[in-house]
Design a protein around this ligand. Structure first.
Ligand SMILES: Nc1ncnc2c1ncn2[C@@H]1O[C@H](COP(=O)(O)OP(=O)(O)O)[C@@H](O)[C@H]1O
Ligand SMILES: Cc1ncsc1CCOP(=O)(O)O
Ligand SMILES: [Mg+2]
Length: 265
Protein backbone atom coordinates (compact mmCIF):
# COMPACT_ATOMS: atom_id res chain seq x y z
CA UNK A 1 0.00 0.00 0.00
CA UNK A 2 1.28 3.39 -0.95
CA UNK A 3 1.53 5.84 1.91
CA UNK A 4 2.61 9.36 2.70
CA UNK A 5 6.15 8.18 3.43
CA UNK A 6 6.44 7.23 -0.25
CA UNK A 7 5.79 10.87 -1.13
CA UNK A 8 8.45 12.03 1.30
CA UNK A 9 10.91 9.49 -0.12
CA UNK A 10 10.10 10.48 -3.71
CA UNK A 11 10.77 14.20 -3.23
CA UNK A 12 13.85 13.49 -1.12
CA UNK A 13 15.21 11.30 -3.95
CA UNK A 14 14.31 13.89 -6.59
CA UNK A 15 16.19 16.64 -4.75
CA UNK A 16 19.18 14.36 -4.06
CA UNK A 17 19.46 13.00 -7.61
CA UNK A 18 18.20 15.96 -9.71
CA UNK A 19 17.32 13.52 -12.52
CA UNK A 20 17.70 14.48 -16.15
CA UNK A 21 14.25 14.57 -17.78
CA UNK A 22 13.91 14.34 -21.55
CA UNK A 23 10.90 16.56 -22.28
CA UNK A 24 9.24 16.48 -25.68
CA UNK A 25 6.52 19.06 -25.28
CA UNK A 26 4.68 21.72 -27.25
CA UNK A 27 5.72 25.23 -28.26
CA UNK A 28 3.35 26.77 -25.70
CA UNK A 29 4.62 24.70 -22.76
CA UNK A 30 8.34 24.64 -23.50
CA UNK A 31 9.36 27.40 -21.07
CA UNK A 32 6.92 26.84 -18.23
CA UNK A 33 7.49 23.07 -18.23
CA UNK A 34 11.26 23.52 -18.02
CA UNK A 35 10.87 26.05 -15.21
CA UNK A 36 8.52 23.80 -13.24
CA UNK A 37 10.92 20.84 -13.47
CA UNK A 38 13.84 23.04 -12.45
CA UNK A 39 11.97 24.68 -9.57
CA UNK A 40 11.03 21.26 -8.22
CA UNK A 41 14.70 20.20 -8.22
CA UNK A 42 15.22 18.15 -11.41
CA UNK A 43 16.95 18.90 -14.70
CA UNK A 44 14.86 19.29 -17.88
CA UNK A 45 16.15 19.04 -21.45
CA UNK A 46 13.86 19.80 -24.39
CA UNK A 47 15.14 17.59 -27.22
CA UNK A 48 13.08 16.99 -30.37
CA UNK A 49 15.34 16.28 -33.35
CA UNK A 50 15.01 12.79 -34.86
CA UNK A 51 18.81 12.85 -35.22
CA UNK A 52 19.19 13.08 -31.43
CA UNK A 53 16.40 11.33 -29.59
CA UNK A 54 17.57 7.72 -29.90
CA UNK A 55 20.89 8.64 -28.33
CA UNK A 56 19.50 11.05 -25.78
CA UNK A 57 16.45 9.25 -24.36
CA UNK A 58 18.42 6.41 -22.70
CA UNK A 59 20.70 9.00 -21.07
CA UNK A 60 17.73 10.53 -19.24
CA UNK A 61 16.01 9.27 -16.10
CA UNK A 62 12.63 9.60 -17.83
CA UNK A 63 10.97 10.79 -21.04
CA UNK A 64 7.81 12.88 -21.38
CA UNK A 65 5.85 13.11 -24.65
CA UNK A 66 3.23 15.82 -25.17
CA UNK A 67 1.31 16.17 -28.45
CA UNK A 68 0.03 19.73 -27.97
CA UNK A 69 1.62 21.21 -31.12
CA UNK A 70 2.25 18.04 -33.04
CA UNK A 71 3.61 17.76 -36.59
CA UNK A 72 4.50 14.71 -38.66
CA UNK A 73 8.22 15.20 -38.02
CA UNK A 74 7.73 15.60 -34.27
CA UNK A 75 5.54 12.52 -34.24
CA UNK A 76 8.36 10.58 -35.90
CA UNK A 77 10.77 11.81 -33.20
CA UNK A 78 8.31 11.00 -30.44
CA UNK A 79 7.81 7.45 -31.70
CA UNK A 80 11.59 6.99 -31.90
CA UNK A 81 12.06 8.35 -28.39
CA UNK A 82 9.29 6.16 -26.95
CA UNK A 83 10.82 3.10 -28.62
CA UNK A 84 14.25 4.03 -27.25
CA UNK A 85 12.70 4.42 -23.81
CA UNK A 86 11.14 0.96 -24.08
CA UNK A 87 14.42 -0.59 -25.18
CA UNK A 88 16.37 1.02 -22.33
CA UNK A 89 13.74 0.57 -19.56
CA UNK A 90 13.41 4.33 -19.25
CA UNK A 91 9.96 5.19 -17.88
CA UNK A 92 7.97 7.57 -20.06
CA UNK A 93 4.85 9.71 -19.67
CA UNK A 94 2.26 10.50 -22.35
CA UNK A 95 0.20 13.72 -22.35
CA UNK A 96 -2.45 13.32 -25.08
CA UNK A 97 -3.29 17.03 -25.44
CA UNK A 98 -6.59 17.58 -27.30
CA UNK A 99 -6.29 14.23 -29.09
CA UNK A 100 -9.92 14.44 -30.21
CA UNK A 101 -9.53 17.57 -32.36
CA UNK A 102 -8.65 15.68 -35.58
CA UNK A 103 -8.60 12.01 -36.63
CA UNK A 104 -4.87 12.41 -37.36
CA UNK A 105 -4.09 13.51 -33.81
CA UNK A 106 -6.32 10.76 -32.38
CA UNK A 107 -4.41 8.14 -34.37
CA UNK A 108 -1.09 9.66 -33.28
CA UNK A 109 -2.12 9.41 -29.62
CA UNK A 110 -3.21 5.79 -30.09
CA UNK A 111 0.08 4.91 -31.84
CA UNK A 112 2.05 6.44 -28.97
CA UNK A 113 -0.11 4.68 -26.38
CA UNK A 114 0.75 1.36 -28.08
CA UNK A 115 4.41 2.06 -27.22
CA UNK A 116 3.60 1.49 -23.54
CA UNK A 117 3.97 4.65 -21.48
CA UNK A 118 4.37 4.08 -17.74
CA UNK A 119 1.97 6.97 -17.09
CA UNK A 120 -0.72 8.81 -19.04
CA UNK A 121 -1.62 12.27 -17.67
CA UNK A 122 -4.48 14.28 -19.11
CA UNK A 123 -7.58 16.27 -18.31
CA UNK A 124 -10.94 14.52 -18.14
CA UNK A 125 -11.88 15.10 -21.79
CA UNK A 126 -8.53 13.70 -22.95
CA UNK A 127 -8.74 10.57 -20.80
CA UNK A 128 -12.33 9.92 -21.94
CA UNK A 129 -11.25 10.21 -25.59
CA UNK A 130 -8.20 7.98 -25.13
CA UNK A 131 -10.46 5.35 -23.56
CA UNK A 132 -12.71 5.56 -26.62
CA UNK A 133 -15.55 7.44 -24.95
CA UNK A 134 -17.30 10.62 -26.06
CA UNK A 135 -16.61 13.76 -24.04
CA UNK A 136 -17.31 17.47 -24.31
CA UNK A 137 -13.74 18.64 -24.99
CA UNK A 138 -13.17 21.08 -27.86
CA UNK A 139 -9.53 22.15 -27.50
CA UNK A 140 -6.75 21.99 -24.93
CA UNK A 141 -9.10 22.79 -22.02
CA UNK A 142 -11.34 20.15 -20.48
CA UNK A 143 -15.08 20.19 -21.12
CA UNK A 144 -15.70 17.36 -18.66
CA UNK A 145 -15.41 16.77 -14.91
CA UNK A 146 -12.84 14.40 -13.44
CA UNK A 147 -15.67 12.37 -11.90
CA UNK A 148 -16.99 11.62 -15.42
CA UNK A 149 -13.64 10.07 -16.40
CA UNK A 150 -13.00 7.76 -13.45
CA UNK A 151 -14.23 4.56 -15.05
CA UNK A 152 -12.49 5.46 -18.33
CA UNK A 153 -9.25 6.02 -16.42
CA UNK A 154 -9.55 2.72 -14.59
CA UNK A 155 -10.34 0.78 -17.77
CA UNK A 156 -7.48 2.45 -19.64
CA UNK A 157 -5.01 1.72 -16.84
CA UNK A 158 -6.07 -1.93 -16.73
CA UNK A 159 -6.06 -2.43 -20.49
CA UNK A 160 -2.72 -0.71 -21.08
CA UNK A 161 -1.07 -1.70 -17.79
CA UNK A 162 -0.09 1.85 -16.98
CA UNK A 163 -0.86 4.54 -14.44
CA UNK A 164 -3.54 7.02 -15.53
CA UNK A 165 -3.80 10.47 -13.94
CA UNK A 166 -6.85 12.67 -14.55
CA UNK A 167 -6.56 16.30 -13.48
CA UNK A 168 -9.13 18.98 -12.71
CA UNK A 169 -10.65 20.51 -9.59
CA UNK A 170 -9.48 17.35 -7.80
CA UNK A 171 -7.03 14.90 -9.34
CA UNK A 172 -7.53 11.13 -9.68
CA UNK A 173 -4.67 8.63 -10.11
CA UNK A 174 -5.15 4.92 -10.75
CA UNK A 175 -3.14 1.91 -11.84
CA UNK A 176 -6.34 0.00 -12.59
CA UNK A 177 -6.49 -1.53 -9.11
CA UNK A 178 -5.47 1.17 -6.65
CA UNK A 179 -6.58 4.77 -6.82
CA UNK A 180 -6.10 8.02 -4.92
CA UNK A 181 -7.68 11.46 -4.96
CA UNK A 182 -5.57 14.58 -4.54
CA UNK A 183 -6.99 17.96 -3.60
CA UNK A 184 -5.46 21.42 -3.66
CA UNK A 185 -4.34 23.69 -6.45
CA UNK A 186 -6.25 26.84 -7.31
CA UNK A 187 -9.12 27.91 -9.60
CA UNK A 188 -6.55 30.20 -11.25
CA UNK A 189 -4.65 27.19 -12.63
CA UNK A 190 -6.87 26.55 -15.68
CA UNK A 191 -6.49 30.26 -16.55
CA UNK A 192 -2.72 29.93 -17.04
CA UNK A 193 -1.70 28.08 -20.18
CA UNK A 194 0.31 24.88 -20.17
CA UNK A 195 0.19 24.10 -16.46
CA UNK A 196 -1.14 20.63 -17.25
CA UNK A 197 1.74 20.16 -19.68
CA UNK A 198 4.18 21.37 -17.02
CA UNK A 199 2.69 18.90 -14.54
CA UNK A 200 3.26 16.11 -17.05
CA UNK A 201 6.95 17.09 -17.20
CA UNK A 202 7.03 17.06 -13.39
CA UNK A 203 5.54 13.55 -13.38
CA UNK A 204 8.49 12.62 -15.60
CA UNK A 205 10.91 13.97 -13.01
CA UNK A 206 9.30 11.87 -10.27
CA UNK A 207 9.04 8.61 -12.20
CA UNK A 208 12.79 8.92 -12.81
CA UNK A 209 13.32 8.39 -9.07
CA UNK A 210 10.21 6.52 -7.85
CA UNK A 211 7.85 3.78 -9.15
CA UNK A 212 5.18 5.03 -11.60
CA UNK A 213 2.19 5.06 -9.23
CA UNK A 214 3.99 6.57 -6.23
CA UNK A 215 5.94 8.98 -8.45
CA UNK A 216 2.78 10.20 -10.15
CA UNK A 217 0.98 10.73 -6.85
CA UNK A 218 4.02 12.61 -5.50
CA UNK A 219 4.16 14.91 -8.54
CA UNK A 220 0.46 15.69 -8.39
CA UNK A 221 0.61 16.28 -4.63
CA UNK A 222 3.55 18.64 -4.99
CA UNK A 223 1.71 20.59 -7.71
CA UNK A 224 -1.49 20.67 -5.64
CA UNK A 225 0.40 21.99 -2.62
CA UNK A 226 2.38 24.58 -4.57
CA UNK A 227 -0.74 25.64 -6.49
CA UNK A 228 -2.66 26.19 -3.27
CA UNK A 229 0.18 28.31 -1.85
CA UNK A 230 0.49 30.33 -5.05
CA UNK A 231 -3.26 30.90 -5.07
CA UNK A 232 -3.04 32.49 -1.62
CA UNK A 233 -0.62 35.20 -2.76
CA UNK A 234 -1.33 35.70 -6.48
CA UNK A 235 -3.21 38.76 -7.77
CA UNK A 236 -4.27 36.93 -10.95
CA UNK A 237 -2.96 34.54 -13.64
CA UNK A 238 0.23 36.54 -14.28
CA UNK A 239 1.55 36.68 -10.75
CA UNK A 240 0.23 33.15 -10.16
CA UNK A 241 2.74 31.72 -12.62
CA UNK A 242 5.64 33.37 -10.80
CA UNK A 243 4.29 32.42 -7.37
CA UNK A 244 3.87 28.80 -8.47
CA UNK A 245 7.56 28.48 -9.34
CA UNK A 246 8.56 29.96 -5.98
CA UNK A 247 6.15 27.65 -4.15
CA UNK A 248 7.44 24.56 -5.98
CA UNK A 249 10.99 25.38 -4.92
CA UNK A 250 9.87 25.79 -1.31
CA UNK A 251 7.77 22.61 -0.90
CA UNK A 252 9.61 20.15 1.34
CA UNK A 253 9.35 16.35 1.44
CA UNK A 254 7.71 16.69 4.85
CA UNK A 255 5.05 19.00 3.35
CA UNK A 256 4.06 16.22 0.95
CA UNK A 257 3.87 13.65 3.72
CA UNK A 258 1.99 15.82 6.20
CA UNK A 259 -0.09 18.04 3.93
CA UNK A 260 -3.24 15.93 4.02
CA UNK A 261 -3.82 16.46 0.29
CA UNK A 262 -4.00 12.78 -0.63
CA UNK A 263 -6.99 10.55 0.06
CA UNK A 264 -5.57 7.02 0.05
CA UNK A 265 -8.18 4.47 -1.05
N1 LIG B 1 -10.53 24.40 -10.68
C1 LIG B 1 -9.35 23.95 -10.26
N2 LIG B 1 -9.03 24.05 -8.94
C2 LIG B 1 -7.83 23.60 -8.51
N3 LIG B 1 -6.88 23.07 -9.32
C3 LIG B 1 -7.15 22.95 -10.61
C4 LIG B 1 -8.39 23.37 -11.17
N4 LIG B 1 -8.38 23.12 -12.50
C5 LIG B 1 -7.19 22.57 -12.75
N5 LIG B 1 -6.44 22.46 -11.64
C6 LIG B 1 -5.07 21.95 -11.54
O1 LIG B 1 -4.35 22.46 -12.65
C7 LIG B 1 -3.39 21.51 -13.10
C8 LIG B 1 -3.59 21.25 -14.59
O2 LIG B 1 -4.76 20.49 -14.71
P1 LIG B 1 -5.75 20.62 -15.95
O3 LIG B 1 -6.20 22.03 -16.10
O4 LIG B 1 -6.79 19.58 -15.74
O5 LIG B 1 -4.82 20.14 -17.14
P2 LIG B 1 -4.75 20.65 -18.60
O6 LIG B 1 -4.05 21.98 -18.48
O7 LIG B 1 -3.93 19.63 -19.30
O8 LIG B 1 -6.14 20.77 -19.13
C9 LIG B 1 -3.56 20.29 -12.20
O9 LIG B 1 -2.62 20.35 -11.16
C10 LIG B 1 -4.98 20.45 -11.63
O10 LIG B 1 -5.11 19.84 -10.38
C1 LIG C 1 -3.06 26.27 -25.80
C2 LIG C 1 -2.35 25.14 -26.42
N1 LIG C 1 -2.46 24.87 -27.74
C3 LIG C 1 -1.74 23.82 -28.11
S1 LIG C 1 -0.87 23.13 -26.86
C4 LIG C 1 -1.49 24.26 -25.76
C5 LIG C 1 -1.13 24.26 -24.33
C6 LIG C 1 -2.02 23.34 -23.57
O1 LIG C 1 -1.61 23.30 -22.24
P1 LIG C 1 -2.44 22.55 -21.14
O2 LIG C 1 -2.82 21.20 -21.69
O3 LIG C 1 -1.51 22.40 -20.01
O4 LIG C 1 -3.63 23.39 -20.83
MG1 LIG D 1 -3.28 19.44 -21.18
Amino acid sequence: MTANTDLLDALTALRAQAPLVHCMTNFVAMNVAANVVLAAGASPAMVHAPEEVQTFTPMAGALTVNIGTLSESWLTSMRMAAEAAGASDTPWVLDPVALFITPWRMQAARDLLALKPAVVRGNASEILALAGQAGAGKGADSGDDVTDAIEAARALAKAKRCVVAVTGVRDFVTDGTRHVWISGGSPIMPRVTALGCALTALVGAFVAVAPPFEGTVAAMTMFAEAGARAGEVAQGPGSFQVALLDALANVTPEDLADGGRVEWA
